[in-house]
Design a protein around this ligand. Structure first.
Ligand code: SER
Length: 705
């Protein structure tokens, strides 16, 4: 039987021998794209190539990408564990043609790999082909149909509609018809009684899709119409866990070697055997699935928190803990004990994990521990709700209360429901669902923003020179109009810019774009999207009569930038002082650096005394007064930086080359932000507030003047 590593190796080897270059998978935590939290398809890293914003280095590419589908458009979280096929983290095997081969080679290679290399019987394969769509005026994919007709019997080809056979990245963006490959895993008798063709795309567990081959030929515009692309791309994605299940002859992904080590460990830990009882089986699948997502994302530098990606991971940890607590009698932290097992399994990826295994264990352990407290407190809150119901003689709880438990306190709704049920109490589900829908709408709006297409003036790359310059002569690379809260904004990416885009906790620059002495436009914010500095104007001055090849003088508001830099440098000194005073376990959990103040969140499980707060302030000011010189090192190899003890924090993008900011022997951090040259420039550091923001996390707000 082939092992999962061998199966992956055969895929990559096959495409390499067909002229494809293996490219490294991208990080799962998508730090440079604020609207796409996690990588959710192999094609994400090629999105700008498809959009025509940049060129591909290679004509043929292959890789294996870890994907997380727990937020935004693709969200499988609540399904995971219930069946044997859904996962939070899964691996997608892919091959891409960048304006090279098209339908014939893509289909023939896929068929050859499945039937000759993996030796899957061709009679078990069914394929779907796009049947056309009247509204889009797209036609039946005759070419793919004919190619497939030469490879499989015609009664193994199914015509599909737009829903199944026209793949789109989002509401707008690159898209095209696709042909899916399905496999029939039923026994011979069942196959004889119902033809496999009848079960394709019918949500059965034994006739399932394993590979999707997309022919990117169009761009979906925001007016809903399709524009034919100048270039042709092939984008394929095969579900690795499912492929392994098929090739290892199993009925569930959890029965493959991919999950074996985790299930063994969980059995030892609980003394409960997998496949003994439906209820404990679900809990075991939830845990062995979730632990992969947890360890890999934390290894990539993500910390559980109450915002954005951190919150998603917090929810996954809580779901796993809750299943362990309620169904496997795990009443103490246990997830952290899986860290080494997961890392061993993923060594094969040679990922640039930035957090070592001990640190991952510490982060996961602390999060679990605090959730066990939440569980106990949550159970107490529910007890109060139950008493209140009993006193008022009612058996239905307000849905808003349950939503608050879920949204604010992170208490899983199914757990609330289960506990209430024990006292014969239900809750107003309709109100709960309404509130949930509103919350989902809010996050969907965030996702859609990134789907608004750019008008490309020039396809070159954008360069940020704002560490050394405050003004530049710049030309437009691309622009778009964004509508938010009934207001329109113009977003522009320039070829070169001194404007810092909001990232790593530091706010974006503001300033002006001058065309000549008389004509200037105000830049009200700068964001960082996909690595580019995106300048936001509230005057949408580009219209048909505007010459988009105009040269601008871009000038940042340098007084404001100086204030921001002072607060950013003070944040580094503050972190160093807190660690000196309270130990190296203390870390940044979030930060916001602006012109008027800084905000710094850190982990500590108690309140600081008034004396300690004054001492922190004094120690920071003592360092500032000493006039420590800032040393900036650019383009440092990430491994070198790690070796030299540079602190790596979530919120920055860590590529192979990183930037290090040090203040003498006081502090050394990976950082993309702007800083003072000497701590004396920071001025006087005053703590405005020190408060508790969530369990185990305190926030200091301070101002430099
Ligand atoms: N992008 C397509 C998918 O995610 C094929 O890779 O299914």
């Amino acid at each position: 039987m082939l092992s999962s590593d061998e199966i992956r190796g055969i895929f990559v080897g096959f495409f390499e021998s067909n002229g494809h270059i293996y490219v490294k998978p991208s990080h799962i935590v998508n730090r440079n794209d604020p609207t796409l939290m996690f990588t959710n398809a192999g094609m994400n890293q090629f999105k700008d190539i498809f959009l025509g914003n940049c060129n591909s280095q290679y004509k043929r590419v292959t890789n294996s990408q870890l994907c997380l589908r727990v937020s935004g458009k693709h969200n499988d979280l609540e399904e995971v564990g219930i069946d044997g096929y859904h996962h939070t983290l899964f691996e997608m095997l892919g091959n891409w043609s960048m304006d090279d081969y098209f339908k014939k080679d893509a289909i023939t290679m896929a068929f050859e790999l499945l039937t000759q290399e993996y030796k899957i019987e061709k009679d078990r394969l069914y394929v779907t082909v796009f049947g056309g769509d009247d509204i889009d005026k797209t036609c039946f994919d005759k070419e793919s149909f004919e190619i497939w007709s030469n490879l499989v019997d015609e009664d193994h080809i199914v015509l599909g509609n737009k829903k199944d056979n026209f793949w789109e990245m989002g509401n707008v963006g690159p898209c095209g018809s696709c042909t899916e490959i399905h496999i029939d895993l039923r026994c011979d008798d069942d196959r004889k009684s119902i033809h496999g063709k009848e079960l394709v795309n019918k949500d059965t567990t034994e006739v399932i899709e394993i590979w999707n081959i997309v022919f990117m030929e169009f761009e979906r515009l925001d007016n809903g119409k399709l524009r034919r692309l100048d270039k042709h791309f092939v984008d394929t994605g095969m579900g690795f866990e499912r492929l392994v299940m098929v090739l290892q002859g199993k009925k569930s992904n959890y029965d493959t070697d991919l999950f074996f080590d985790y299930l063994c460990k969980l059995e030892q830990m609980t003394g409960i055997k997998y496949k003994n009882d439906d209820v404990t089986d679900v809990a075991m699948r939830v845990i062995v699935d979730h632990i992969r997502s947890i360890v890999i994302t934390v290894a990539e530098g993500l910390k559980p928190s109450n915002i954005l990606e951190g919150y998603v991971i917090r929810r996954i940890i809580r779901r796993a803990v809750r299943y362990g607590y309620s169904f496997l009698n795990l009443k103490q932290p246990f997830l952290y004990e899986f860290v080494d097992v997961v890392l061993n399994k993923y060594n094969v990826f040679k990922y640039n994990f930035i957090v070592d295994s001990e640190e991952i264990k510490r982060i996961v352990y602390n999060e679990e521990k605090s959730f066990f407290n939440t569980l106990r407190l949550g159970i107490k809150r529910i007890d109060d709700i139950v008493s209140c119901c009993k006193n008022n003689n009612t058996r239905v709880v307000d849905g808003g209360k349950v939503f608050e438990m879920y949204d604010t306190y992170g208490f899983p709704v199914d757990l609330t429901e289960m506990i209430l049920k024990e006292d014969g109490i239900s809750f107003d589900k309709r109100k709960f669902d309404e509130l949930l829908l509103e919350q989902k709408k809010r996050s969907k709006n965030d996702v859609q923003r990134n789907d608004i297409p750019w008008n490309v003036v020039d396809g070159g790359a954008s360069v940020f020179v704002g560490y050394d310059n405050i003004e530049t002569q710049s030309k437009i690379l691309r622009y778009r109009i964004i509508e938010e809260d009934n207001k329109k904004f113009l977003e522009v990416v320039f070829d070169i810019t001194p404007f810092y885009g909001e990232s790593g906790g530091q706010v974006g620059d503001i300033g002006f774009a001058f065309i000549n002495d008389k004509c200037s436009f105000e830049i009200i914010d700068t964001k960082k999207i996909n690595g580019d500095m995106v300048h936001v104007f509230n005057d949408c001055f580009i219209d048909d009569s505007f010459d988009v090849n105009t040269t601008f003088l871009l000038k940042i508001n340098n007084d404001r930038r100086a204030l921001i830099s002072r607060h950013h440098s003070a944040t580094h000194i503050l972190q160093a002082v807190l660690r000196q005073m309270f130990g190296d376990d203390l870390h940044q959990m979030g930060s916001k650096v602006s012109a008027d103040k800084l905000r710094f969140d850190f982990n500590i499980d108690r309140n600081l005394t008034q004396e300690e707060i004054l001492m922190v302030e004094k120690n920071v000011n003592d360092i500032i007064k000493k006039g420590k010189v800032m040393i900036e090192e650019r383009d440092v190899d990430i491994n070198e930086a790690k070796k030299n003890g540079a602190m790596m924090l979530f919120g920055n993008k860590y590529g192979d080359k990183v930037r290090i900011i040090s203040f003498d022997d006081i502090s050394k951090e990976l950082c993309g932000g702007t800083h003072v040259k000497n701590t004396k420039e920071i001025g006087t550091f005053t703590i405005l507030k020190c408060k508790n923001i969530s369990s185990g996390v305190r926030r200091i707000e301070a101002r430099c003047s």
